[in-house]
Design a protein around this ligand. Structure first.
Ligand code: ADE
Length: 230
């Protein structure tokens, strides 16, 4: 998978992309990242300006179409595959596990992270981009949202996670939040590991975990259970 990120702050991505699972995925040759600075594609002079005041008035600044189109056209040429184009925005459709699975099947993804009040609408329309939001709150820019989506998508690529940390028991993968986990010691500050997990009875353990997953989902995310028969 090839992932391009168009951003005004490529340095923000350096640390998340060079640790843990995302680093391992690159080392195994399963994913390649390309970070491109939108400002490098702004018109010369005028301090390489990338934003301007909104037509019609109102607060804040808007990301101009020209540098984004120039940057996009430059990166698109680097591969024959067009793939999907994602604009990070609080106005987008909500990103979730299902969307992560859908995006993980693509050969190429291009993320466009904006700053300021928003994007000129012609960026979304002209580049055929889908808008995605990571939640109902406003971040200072799309970079953190892009990193969240990249992490969730890459860990679903076949071969990225070893057997020891497989994604199939993860929260959401079966429509439920995950059951609670315990490791050594058996008693920590007076809190004991549930007896059943020490019993060696795998059938009983699986039953207990399922019941715990349902309980936790009912408590924390009842919306996930709405049309399910648990
Ligand atoms: N940019 C600013 N806020 C955002 C959000 N909640 N999701 C995605 N991109 C954003």
């Amino acid at each position: 998978m090839r992932i391009d990120v168009l951003t005004l702050f490529p340095e923000m991505f350096e640390s998340p992309l060079s640790h843990s699972i995302l680093r391992r995925a690159q080392e195994k040759g399963l994913v390649e990242f390309f970070l491109t600075n939108i400002r490098d594609f702004a018109a010369q002079g005028n301090y390489r300006r990338v934003d301007d005041k909104p037509y019609g008035g109102g607060p804040g600044m808007v990301l101009m179409p020209e540098p984004v189109f120039n940057c996009f056209e430059h990166v698109q040429k680097q591969s024959d595959v067009k793939g999907r184009v994602v604009l990070l925005s609080p106005q987008g459709k909500k990103f979730d596990h299902e969307k992560a699975v859908e995006l993980s099947r693509e050969q190429r993804l291009t993320f466009i992270a904006g700053r300021y009040e928003g994007f000129d609408e012609r960026i979304r329309v002209g580049l055929g981009a889908e808008q995605l939001s990571i939640g109902d709150y406003v971040l200072s820019g799309g970079e953190l949202a892009a990193m969240v989506i990249i992490d969730a998508v890459v860990r679903l690529q076949e071969g990225v996670l070893g057997d020891e940390d497989s994604a199939c028991d993860d929260s959401f993968s079966n429509g439920l939040l995950e059951y609670p986990h315990y490791t050594r010691p058996e008693i920590f500050r007076g809190m004991k590991v549930p007896e059943i997990l020490l019993s060696g009875d795998h059938g009983k353990i699986a039953e207990w975990r399922k019941a715990q997953a349902i309980k936790r989902t009912r408590e924390n995310r009842p919306d996930l259970l709405e049309d399910k028969n648990f």
